[in-house]
Design a protein. Structure first.
Length: 355
């Protein structure tokens, strides 16, 4: 993972701190919360802002909360510093796509202000600014998952459990990044045409190289997920992984409209993202994670009624189901197994286009 012992030690320290934040600090603050007062309400879309603000004041007053809050943002910053040090300054030296993967970049694509104005995940400069940023993101993406996604099991689980088994002709992965979410689709459905869409040219260059190195004939295209330029009714399955919460609420209707446009009749939509659990402490932690991790669009997305939004775009049977990233993958209901440690409330938004 790193070239020197010092670099590897820095990565190991950050990873250990983040694990203790998740499995020690979070349960401690949770115990403090449970030992305080009433826990009956939930900070979901039906709550008024006053209720959430009152809940936040209560949580912020807990003895362990300052440590929890600082560790979340502080170790995220430490993570990117350690990753940046571990990636050589000349890395990647070669970003040439490797066959059979293909790459199409569009110099006319405009990066929206909401995309470039934030260092999402606190990664300095974002993933779009230069080629090295993609290599930094590739390494950082493993550590962000607390080291539990080094072999991309999480993404394989999504492909294996959340997608209907069909003879897909075309699968389009929106917000594909450096390709980690796209590779499993081609591996599971080798006869399908698989297209990865992203705004960041550096990530797409790295994606085409990494896919080709695995012998995967995936096409990567630079485009906005709300305007893919794909043919109307040309796609059987539209997917995304951790994309929806990084799009402003006012732009989300365009995302669903574009997905519905490119889907064939009978086609399917599967978006993997986050949802409220009904546990007001955990849900507040997710709201504040959006603030501390430079993900400003996450809280509004979680409060929005995305199934209704999908319905207005012409999709049917839209609903959220839970997703357990450890081994079960997609669950049948919007309910998560009990866990004491911090973890993301993963969920799959599924919908279909009428046949």
């Amino acid at each position: 993972m790193a070239d020197t012992l010092d670099q590897q030690a820095a990565l190991d320290i950050v990873l250990t701190l983040r694990r203790r934040w998740a499995d020690t600090l979070y349960p401690q603050v949770r115990r403090e919360f449970d030992e305080s007062r009433d826990t009956t309400a939930t900070p979901d879309s039906s709550d008024g802002p006053g209720d959430i603000e009152q809940l936040a004041r209560r949580v912020h007053a807990l003895p362990g909360y300052p440590w929890f809050a600082w560790m979340e943002r502080g170790t995220q910053k430490m993570l990117w510093r350690a990753v940046d040090d571990a990636v050589p300054l000349n890395e990647p030296a070669d970003m040439t796509p490797v066959a059979p993967a293909r790459l199409t970049l569009d110099p006319a694509v405009r990066l929206p202000g909401w995309y470039t104005e934030w260092d999402i995940h606190l990664q300095p400069g974002g993933v779009w600014s230069h080629d090295r940023a993609a290599a930094v993101y590739e390494l950082g993406a493993q550590l962000v998952m607390l080291g539990d996604n080094d072999d991309y099991k999480f993404h394989r689980l999504f492909a294996e459990t959340a997608l209907p088994t069909r003879d897909w002709r075309r699968i389009v992965d929106l917000g594909c990044g450096f390709g980690k979410s796209t590779w499993p689709f081609k591996k599971k459905f080798p006869d399908a045409e698989v297209i990865g869409i992203d705004l960041a040219a550096p990530c797409l260059r790295l994606a085409a190289r990494r896919a080709g190195q695995q012998g995967l004939a995936i096409e990567f295209r630079q485009a906005n997920a709300t305007a893919t330029s794909l043919e109307t009714g040309s796609t059987d399955l539209v997917t995304s992984t951790m994309l929806v919460h990084e799009i402003p609420a006012e732009v989300l209707p365009d995302l669903f409209s574009e997905a519905a446009r490119i889907l064939r009749p009978g086609g399917a939509l599967r978006f993997l993202d986050f949802q409220f659990t009904g546990d007001r402490f955990r849900d507040l932690a997710m709201i504040e994670h959006g603030v501390r991790n430079n993900e400003p669009f996450m809280p509004p997305m979680m409060r929005a009624d995305l199934p209704a939004m999908a319905g207005r775009a012409g999709l049917v049977n839209a609903r959220w189901v839970a997703f357990d990233e450890r081994d079960a993958g997609r669950l049948d209901v919007l309910a998560w197994p009990a866990r004491s440690e911090w973890h993301f409330p993963w969920a799959v938004l599924q919908a279909e286009k009428p046949a």
